[in-house]
Design a protein around this ligand. Sequence first.
Ligand SMILES: [Zn+2]
Length: 142
Amino acid sequence: MTGEGLAGPDTTTGDDSPFWAGAREGRLEFQHCASCGFVRWPAAGVCPECLSRDFAWRPVEPVGTVWSWVVYHRAYSAALRERVPYDVALVELDCGVRLLTRLTGFAGGDDPVGTRVVARFEELGEHGRVPVFAPAEEGTDR
Ligand SMILES: [Zn+2]
């Protein structure tokens, strides 16, 4: 832990580290069950759908829909201290994963629920590149 308890996610060790490694290279990758194809997030040792222990990490289309949203008035990572307040959303990706993520490119106060969004990758201090989601451009919306 660093920065007065504002360390943010551990992106280099643990089951989810391939997700963060993919993000550093500009990809959204998730653990896919090798048996039934279920996309697991967070990563797990056993598939919650079929109990298989086999999996592979593969990229997904980085698009989805804002499912829920809040405004953070406190920085939960020291790297976000200068960005308060900021929008945080639960984005339902087209692959089925619901990802808690930061939004960018929305006007303050606009309700983004239901908006089609696409991943962008931003440098975030010690965390390196992390995914954030911005409104999808016209023509990329399905
Ligand atoms: Zn499975």
